[in-house]
Design a protein around this ligand. Sequence first.
Ligand code: FE2
Length: 427
Amino acid sequence: MLDLLVQNATLPDGRTGMSVAVLGEKIVEVGARIQAAAHQMLDAQGYLLSPPFVDAHFHMDATLSYGLPRVNQSGTLLEGIALWGELKPLLTQEALIERALTYCDWAVAKGLLAIRTHVDVCDPRLLAVEALLEVKKRVVPYIDLQLVAFPQDGVLRGARGPEQHINNLKRALDMGVDVVGGIPHFERTMADGALSVRLLCELAAERGLRVDMHCDESDDPHSRHVETLAFETQRLGLHGRVTGSHLTSMHSMDNYYVSKLLPLMAEAQLQVVANPLINITLQGRHDSYPKRRGMTRVPELLAAGINVAFGHDCVMDPWYSLGSADMLEVAHMGLHVGQMTSQAAMRQCFDAVTVNPARILGLNGYGLEAGCNADFVLLQARDPVEALRLRANRLQVFRKGRLLACAPVWSSTLHLQGRPSSTAYIA
Ligand code: FE2
């Protein structure tokens, strides 16, 4: 006897009338119209059943702190970093944990069940590291949380010399942080940025860890740290285990140079996270008109065979005042900024918040196939493009066969003579 049988679902690949059979925590069969007894039956009514959303780039230590201690007036990345520096001494562990847990509640309700979050390691108390390690433990039943040791103030920019932040970062890794981070474009010089990439990749190689670096998050067309990241990945044999996040300078780079860079990134199996909501607002702030969009070259990266995900990056923090853990909103913005409007490109945008980030995190048992974890989201949409158009309602969210969240069907009642009595925005 099955524990759960989902029937009449549409899958992201377009198959309709599909059943998903669950025994315990696992999917045991996916097929057309499976007939079997189950403790629980779920009629998907033709709606889209997707594997859960995954966010490959977030800052959970800063989330829900908007307005503390003040609001970012210029809207720039640099003022955001300065503001975070003002907030850091005021942080308490209880408040960090509470805000992060609230965000995780939102995430579950939106079907977002795996998050890679950067955590600042420049505070010698490592308060945020301790808090997020505690959060990681508490949310294990419902969210896979992966932590990146992120030297927000520059790993080589410690006031007491370069060892200061490096030692903090190593301590964070010793405490159980999963991934090595970095911020080469914020080091004092281009040379220091390149040195930081080398040192941090070597540290990851020594410890057998993955790397995820904030890289070239600027409008500087001459920023070259992604080239160094690809080179070090290749040199140290870290293929497939290194991610470059943001890469916004690629937006402004010379086209000839990019034509050389893309194959180098592909050769190193570098993975990429673009953060469209954040970079469309942070970048181009020093431009008059025309204003650059400041998102990395997503369609071109995908065409070069490079795995690209869209990340949320920020929600209600020093860098961004909006957001609600909705990865469809993230993908919706990515689609617009990248002009990814063909049917195929829109489906790539859906992949960029599901299967692509799952690869970046290296999630085991992710997907809608026999043997995978019984983790899925039933969306009030009939296919991925409609899900993006509507930023669709999450009707049911399951993790390991257990219902975590549900919401009533969205529909607006109409009071119009001669017209239908309601609409759900479906033509
Ligand atoms: Fe970030």
